[in-house]
Design a protein around this ligand. Structure first.
Ligand code: PBG
Length: 334
């Protein structure tokens, strides 16, 4: 039998702090709170409508009346902000995405209804043309090209229309060059100096957006891909340049997207700029987790909370996530 001499034991025992719940809580470095969550939701025409989205199990498109109820529930759970995305009737789509600048489009209707009924929650609206264009691109097309400067002019009008409807945060997700500066200037001139900008600063040309495109009805419409304006998944220095530019142009907050496969980018952005930094746990990430959870391959509650806590650890101040409601419920339960 082997006998141990006391001096041969480790002096430093990492497990001591892990031994009890109280000491694990005491040494925990980051935590997740409902305050960190932004809930994206999909709105659709009609009344009393809740339409499940097959590739996002547990997520549904809601008509404005239902969205208002859901947002009130989010507010009651302490969620500070919601993000709105429209499913646009294909009949009103055209090559220019004209519906984007219609002050009575679905997003504007939903924004007005939410700000009227649930004024104490933030409303973020996406600026980009893809929900409205027949070709599914975020910008205007000339031949096969997505033209930058002409697109920015339309995006500016779209942002003004959303601001007039009462949104609190404009979130340009289009990745055109110069759009943040142009939108900031137009908002300031238009009497919307109080409206914040959260730029999708480092947005990658990702396969993980597929289910979102089902949700807003653009997957089949999309011609080609978005690689001439969204970033190449191999790059991180470029993400820092994108963020630097958006901040110079007046962004109040920046976002990295997708989330989980890009936590290294989140960390670099936060350490380099020390500004409010968000990540979007996108539809494909949701689908992966919800799919595995639904099959019983992953444990529901722990998986959701761990996946979101990872963003905080990577330096993010908050997360856009389709799990927001459930996560807030779990956090409340403790
Ligand atoms: C549109 C937009 C996209 C997402 C948010 N805004 C899709 C895209 O760029 O094709 C994706 C969100 C998600 O996948 O959850 N500009």
């Amino acid at each position: 039998m082997k006998t141990f001499v006391s001096g041969s034991y480790p002096t430093v025992r990492m497990r001591r702090n892990r031994a009890d719940d109280w000491s694990r809580r005491l040494v925990r470095e980051v935590r997740l709170s409902a305050d960190d969550l932004i809930w994206p939701l999909f709105v659709v025409d009609g009344k009393g409508v809740s339409e499940p989205i097959a590739s996002m199990p547990g997520v549904a498109r809601l008509s404005v009346d239902r969205a208002v109820e859901a947002v009130a529930a989010a507010r009651d759970l302490g969620i500070p902000c919601v993000a709105l995305f429209p499913y646009t009737d294909p009949a009103v789509k055209d090559e220019q995405g004209t519906e984007a600048v219609n002050g009575d489009n679905l997003v504007c209707q939903a924004t007005r209804a939410i700000k009227r009924e649930v004024p104490d929650i933030g409303v973020l609206t996406d600026v980009a043309l893809d929900p409205y264009t027949s070709h599914g691109h975020d910008g205007l097309m000339r031949g096969a090209e997505i033209v930058n400067d002409e697109t920015v002019e339309v995006l500016v009008t779209q942002a003004l229309v959303q601001a007039a409807a009462g949104c609190d945060i404009i979130a340009p997700s289009d990745m055109m060059d110069g759009r943040v500066g142009a939108i900031r200037a137009a908002l300031d001139e238009g009497g919307f100096a109080h409206v914040r900008i959260m730029s999708y600063a480092a947005k990658y040309a990702s396969a993980f957006y597929g289910p979102f495109r089902d949700a807003i009805g653009t997957r089949k419409a999309l011609i080609g891909d978005k690689r001439t304006y969204q970033m190449d998944p191999g790059n991180t220095d470029e993400a820092l340049r994108e963020v630097a530019l958006d901040l110079q142009e007046g962004a109040d907050m920046v976002m990295v997207k997708p989330g989980m496969p890009y936590l290294d980018v989140c960390r670099r952005v936060k350490e380099t700029f020390a500004v409010p930094t968000y990540a979007y746990q996108v539809s494909g990430e949701y689908a992966m987790l919800a799919g595995a959870i639904g099959n019983g391959w992953l444990e529901r509650e722990r998986t959701i909370l761990e996946s979101l806590t990872a963003f905080r650890r990577a330096g993010c101040d908050g997360i856009l996530t389709y799990f927001a409601i459930e996560a807030a419920q779990l956090l409340r339960k403790g």
